[in-house]
Ligand binder design. Structure first.
Ligand code: ZN
Length: 73
């Protein structure tokens, strides 16, 4: 995957990446692809919020996730 450009993602692919998205562990192109999908997909935005809450409970670093997507916490 690392050597291929990341194209438009479907929901299933985004769900696989969301935890890494909120913990800021994605490659930049993956991060961008997830952001593009979230902009158009309310269901995945809702799922992202759940991942943020879960990651927060686990003590993961999530401080940048919502800032990166929404532009603010
Ligand atoms: Zn989606």
């Amino acid at each position: 995957m690392a050597n291929e450009p990341v194209g438009p993602l479907d929901c299933e692919e985004v769900r696989d990446l969301l935890y890494l998205f909120v913990t800021n562990e994605l490659e930049p192109d993956e991060n961008t692809a997830v952001c593009l999908h979230l902009a158009d997909c309310e269901a995945c935005r809702t799922a992202m919020s759940e991942h943020v809450q879960m990651a927060t409970r686990l003590g993961a670093v999530v401080r940048n996730a919502e800032i990166r997507y929404y532009g603010h916490a």
